[in-house]
Design a protein around this ligand. Structure first.
Ligand SMILES: [Zn+2]
Length: 406
């Protein structure tokens, strides 16, 4: 039985983690120098593995392994190379490393894949430019127009055109000529990812087959009250925007608690104006993030939150406005691909939902897609504490290889 090489994967993980914009941390936004360095490193690995390497005009890197010059449609295996600020070493990178290791296993053992295999390192999955997330994958699937793509800006106010130019690796390559190129191109998309939660570890499983991605929604609220002096203004005359916002945060929390296991609700972003200790809040805004395994439940939660927000007008004498709302429904992965994954009999595995969006969600709109989760120790992610054992990588590779070879 062909075996993966854990030392090789460790080395790749360590080297990619060393490409960072912030010394001592892992920060690798798309188009940054750290991103360019990681792309060059991946190119080197792909070259050594006799893969044909290309990059689309967005910045998604593709390495193709096709020793038989097959006529079959390729299968894509991969994940994202970009990271959040002060990230861990595994989110995204894990899926690329597994993809490359699968190629390395075939390459060094002279094994041929059933169909061409393309390893993807996608760009801007983390939403640092497009807050909707998986921007690079959306480019590949043609989910947005070029105009819409160019309308998004990162925290520094730069859009893709500016960022591409600054990266220095797209010289003379116009943006967008290949929008949606992955449509009808691939047969399947498989993404191996760290779980980012602790379901697998807590339940004592070594690997997970992801059935689908939960429905994810956001409600953007503004509260307008009256800024006034914190001293002379009597309590019953106040129109305190922040107190109204706090009430909605509490309600959001309670609804999540009441539906625990099937839904989660979060307010992680709040702004307050003028945000001074001696001034009553005149304006506040927040974003409610809600997720559920069932669309009807997600939408019922959103309805309750919206109705509650309206009731705060009278309670606090403030204006409450729902500025924007978005919802992407529950996405079940391809039954066919799930069937193939079940058929290779991953040892000590369980099936579960993903509570976060991933590139696979974008790809699932156009091709058969599925995901594999490796346990995140302590459930930590988007943090330097993120950790997945190298044994998990080996387990994934030693089994997934059976999906690819004859
Ligand atoms: Zn990720």
């Amino acid at each position: 039985m062909v075996k993966s090489n854990p030392e090789r994967m460790q080395k790749w993980l360590r080297t990619i983690a060393s490409f960072t914009e912030e010394p001592g941390k892992i920060t690798r936004p798309t188009y940054s120098q750290a991103w360019v360095d990681s792309i060059e490193y991946l190119r080197e690995i792909m070259d050594e593995l006799d893969m044909q390497v290309r990059m689309d005009t967005f910045g998604n890197l593709i390495g193709r392994y096709d020793p038989m010059a097959s006529r079959e449609k390729p299968i894509a295996i991969g994940s994202h190379i970009d990271s959040v600020y002060n990230a861990g070493a595994y989110d995204g990178v894990a899926g690329i490393v597994v993809g490359l290791e699968l190629i390395a296993m075939m390459h060094e053992n002279g094994l041929c894949p059933k169909y061409p295999v393309e390893v993807l390192a996608t760009a801007d999955e983390e939403g640092l430019i497009c807050q909707k997330g998986y921007f690079g994958a959306r480019f590949m699937t043609g989910d947005m127009s070029i105009d819409e793509m160019l309308s998004y800006k990162n925290a520094a106010g730069k859009n893709i055109e500016t960022l591409r130019k600054e990266s220095g690796i797209f010289e003379g390559v116009p943006f967008g000529t290949d929008l949606g190129w992955a449509k009808d191109y691939y047969s399947k998309y498989l993404e191996v990812h760290v779980e980012q939660g602790d379901v697998l570890e807590t339940a004592g499983y070594d690997i997970g087959i992801v059935q689908g991605i939960v429905g994810i929604g956001r409600l953007f609220f503004n509260f307008a009250g009256a800024a006034d002096h914190a001293g002379p203004t009597v309590m019953n005359g106040r129109r305190d925007a922040l107190v109204a916002a706090a009430d909605l945060i509490q309600k959001t929390w309670e609804l999540g608690q009441a539906n625990s296991g099937e839904a989660v609700t979060t307010v992680g972003r709040l702004s307050n104006y003028p945000n001074l200790h001696n001034v009553i809040s005149g304006m506040a805004s927040l974003v409610v993030d809600f997720r559920a395994t069932d669309d009807a439940l997600a939408l019922a939660l959103a309805k309750q939150i919206k109705e509650y927000a309206v009731s705060l007008r009278e309670k606090y004498g403030v204006e409450v406005q729902l500025v924007n709302e978005i919802y992407t429904p529950v996405k079940f992965f391809s039954e066919e691909l799930l069937y193939s994954l079940r058929a290779i009999e991953l040892p000590n595995s369980m099936e579960l939902f993903s509570w976060a969006g991933h590139d696979a969600k974008a790809f699932a709109q156009i091709i058969d897609s599925a995901m594999i989760f490796m346990p995140s120790i302590g459930g930590k992610s988007h943090s330097p504490e993120e950790y997945t054992k190298i044994e998990s990588f080996s387990l994934a590779c030693d089994n997934l290889i059976n999906l690819l070879i004859i």
